[in-house]
Design a protein around this ligand. Structure first.
Ligand code: GDP
Length: 371
């Protein structure tokens, strides 16, 4: 039985955590608000969840996360997308935050979920990772959500710095999820968020289930750690659930296709290590077909761990975890972020020049017109 800690920081992190708790409580979309009082978690592993935020309203919005797991880190007006303020708040409240983790016992692994671009999550997460790595010896993985590219210069520069700091502060791996490429889920922005959050929740819960299951062909926490330590420290996850009988090869390919991945990449080009976990009724799982398809991937990628979980009566489901050697989309994002930083710098200069204007105006302060 694995002990797992999942932390959601800031609004985006809180919402994804809430989606994980909803799925874990067996909740589809119709699952009622009271479910958490009546149902027991479906987690096989022992999972503790913790939501941190400076904005109390974001915490209040959560429906499936216990009140005792929603921690308000007080700061007068939130942090307003300013990472310097966010970092200062974290340092001031560090012991309160760490006590919450301490109280929840010891773990085999932790996930920290956040957006890269906002204020609270993007500034708390790197510092939290640093503190956790200093105090505990279990792996800490981050799941980081990238912004829509049109969300503006501040969000872009926050993204560039926060991801860099998460890497530098010792995270054992960063799983990327990209709003930009997942937004074609459609509907309103809220529906898109909900859809993306559900995709992430589904993948994380499948992963936890897989790491703690009796398998016909085994992958375990050690394999996951090996996969995550490969490449450039960045990873993505794909998932496919068949709703009818389909060839297992197709199900595996589908889990690796761009529309199944949380972050856009050509896995055959950019991946460095992979783990593929297949679940379903034995009659759908031809070992020969599975091996052929996996060999195709390992031929391009390098090492691929595979796991098979037999669940009678279920159509095939496939989860893929891939670390990336290169990530073209990330390179693009960093060059856009550099432009954004320069734009902000130029704006600041203009404002400083504007203060010459202030001087000009202030020359007549205290004077009266003479006629
Ligand atoms: P914080 O509360 O200050 O950490 O800031 P947010 O978490 O709101 O960060 C803003 C970023 O998160 C923007 O890029 C939003 O697009 C994204 N975001 C906010 N809420 C959600 C959500 O529920 N799901 C997803 N996928 N992204 C979100």
């Amino acid at each position: 039985l694995l002990n797992i800690l999942i932390i959601g920081n800031g609004q985006c992190g809180n919402r994804i955590l809430d989606s994980i708790n909803r799925h874990a409580l067996g909740g589809g979309k119709s699952c009622g608000k009271l479910a958490r009082f009546y149902s027991t978690q479906r987690f096989k592993s022992h999972v503790e969840t913790l939501a941190l935020n400076t904005a109390i309203n974001d915490l209040k919005e959560m429906k499936f996360t216990k009140a005792k797991d929603r921690i308000h880190i007080e700061h007068l007006h939130g942090v307003g997308a300013n990472r310097n303020v966010g970092k200062q708040v974290f340092e001031e409240k560090k012991e309160i935050i760490m006590r919450q983790i301490e109280d929840r016992g010891n773990f085999d692994m932790a996930f920290v979920i956040t957006s890269a671009s906002g204020g609270t999550g993007s500034s708390f997460t790197p510092l939290l990772v640093k503190e956790m790595k200093k105090r505990y010896n279990y792996p800490v993985y981050c799941l980081v959500v990238l912004p829509f590219r049109e969300e503006g210069t501040l969000y872009l520069q926050n993204t560039a710095f926060s991801i860099q700091e998460i890497r530098q502060n010792g995270a054992d791996g960063i799983i990327l999820a990209d709003n930009q490429y997942l937004k074609n889920i459609g509907g309103s922005i809220q529906e898109a968020y909900d859809g993306i959050n559900d995709m992430i929740a589904e993948r994380i819960l499948f992963l936890l289930d897989a790491l703690d299951s009796e398998m016909m062909m085994v992958t375990d926490l050690g394999d996951f750690q090996t996969v995550m330590s490969g490449g450039a420290g960045l990873a993505t996850m794909g998932f496919f659930r068949a709703d009818k009988e389909i060839p297992i090869k197709t199900a595996i390919q589908n889990s690796l296709s761009p529309s199944s991945l949380l972050f856009s990449t050509d896995v055959y080009e950019e991946a460095s290590r992979a783990m593929i976990v297949i679940k379903g009724d034995r009659k759908y799982l031809s070992i020969d077909d599975i091996s052929t398809e996996i060999e195709k991937l390992s031929g391009a990628v390098g090492h691929v761990f595979k796991g098979i979980i037999v669940r009678s009566g279920e159509y095939p489901q496939v989860l893929s975890v891939l670390t990336l050697e290169t990530a073209r989309e990330m390179e693009n994002l960093y060059s856009v972020a550099v432009q954004a930083i320069n734009q902000e710098k130029a704006k600041k200069q203009r404002v400083e020049e504007g203060s010459k204007m202030e001087k000009a105006f202030s020359q007549i302060e205290g004077m009266e017109p003479e006629y």
